[in-house]
Design a protein around this ligand. Sequence first.
Ligand code: ATP
Ligand code: MG
Length: 583
Amino acid sequence: MTDENSVNKIRRKIIEGIMDEGKSTNENPIESKPKNFIYEIIDEDIRTNKLGGRVHTRFPPEPNGYLHIGHAKSICLNYGIAEHYGGKFNLRFDDTNPEKEEQEYVDSIIEDVKWLGANFEDRILYASDYFEQMYNWAVELIKKGKAYVCDLTANEIRATRGTLTEPGIESPYRNRSVEENLNLFERMRKGEFPNGSKTLRAKIDMASPNFNMRDPIMYRIVHAEHHRQGDQWCIYPTYDWAHGLEDSFERITHSICTLEFENHRPLYDWFLDELGIYHPQQIEFARLNLSYTVMSKRRLLQLVKDSYVDGWDDPRMPTISGYRRRGYTPEAVRNFTEIIGVAKRDALTDISLLEFAIREDLNKNAQRAMAILRPLKVIMTNYPDQVEELDAVNNPENPIAGTRKVPFTKELYIERTDFMENPPKGYHRLMPGGEVRLRYAYIIKCEEVIKNSQGEVIELRCTYDPETKSGTGSSKKKVKGTIHWVSAKHAVETEVRLYDRLFSSENPGAEENWLEHINPNSLEIIPSALVEPFLKNAKPGNRFQFERHGYFCVDTKYTTSEKLVFNRTVTLKESWGKTENQK
Ligand code: ATP
Ligand code: MG
């Protein structure tokens, strides 16, 4: 996926995708072709009436962390399918592991799924609500002689699982009578046994070439408080046992999951077939992996707990809440997940595709503004003591966005990097004796450079040419460079946070010591940047393009009534690895 051609191809698709937005998909002749292999399977199921011609999908997160961009892919895929076929979509918490789950995660997940626009109507469901039904189903399997209580410890079970070439060893408890199993299982539920002392296992085949079929665990004893069930239960179902039951109970038609569950599908099918209950179709697809990003919740949790980042919603995190705080829009995230498609093989997706999708969206929609990140004072010695209101374009991509007035005065600030005392050849910005155009204003000439006692440039004395006012066409004078500026008297002081990739390794998850590959320069805080006066009314979450700097949004966490904080959402162009001057 990372080779140049395919990246360009996908970029084109992203642009087309954005331009197509709003068009009904039915109007597009290309749409008659299935979008991906999952649509092909569902088309066929509908044609053969396999699942009653219905489509009902779900997103089943475990509430043990915040959602990330990989989850966004799964949500968009599942909801997109339900929407496409006029079916339904459930949000279901797979809350079967009380020790790692918390209400905070449940709340954040609901907020994130809603933000992405996936409509689950009133269906926020919890696997823990089905515990009683699951217990009864387990009793049924025991009665059929298909499950037994085992006294081996977790380590012993692991040690007797066998290898790829050797079958596992049958548990000495495997042939307990149905009566004994029913009795022990009931006492497990009642809390008579300590953690880890017993499990309920399916009785399948210790010699199966598929490890998952070697008498897998269905229940383990965990005396722990559940975030919804309290201390009602002390036995908890495993993922393999619970997941198909949850899907069956909700009458899901297509249970879409990531590739690592392919080998679990025979077990998924076995449980449902043995119970003889409604049987959804499990379909696997390749999970999203993004370059320069870790995606496992365990690792994201570590970044949060050990304060490598400032919470789950740190704008450098690949979480949905981090991206939201950073200024990404749900439209751009959805478009990205659509365009990268759905594959059957794992691959590493280039993060620049995500950034590209964000830029394309913001380019259309973000209001332009001028902001000076590293100010250098300019005094226009021949300009009168007055305030001139100049017209600036709000968004060249959107004619109805109109124009605004920008105050121009004798004292301005320009970007420190837009002046060089000894510039290299081809430098088109300001230099001693050189000329440059001020955006929406005049051409100015640098007449004098003022330095402090350390020899640092602290001010430029310039003259302006009144004949060169932008938009008036009264002068034929042309210069190569145009730079942005703010009026010293009117500018608003703000904090600006510049983000870079959190990792400097392309595939940090594959590194032995992944934490050593954290990019030490992933956050730069500029405490006093200067922005155009109209921005003082900006509200948390508002997005802008700071001309020549990138897209920014007002931070929702640290902005106060006294101080605006801006997050850089994304640079204007790809600039990874370049210095600030080259950006
Ligand atoms: P982790 O292994 O990092 O804890 P998970 O997959 O166990 O993540 P869940 O809460 O179980 O997290 O995931 C909910 C759903 O999201 C599952 O259906 C899972 O397949 C899907 N999902 C998780 N990660 C990705 C990913 N990177 N790409 C696509 N889908 C994903
Ligand atoms: Mg999981």
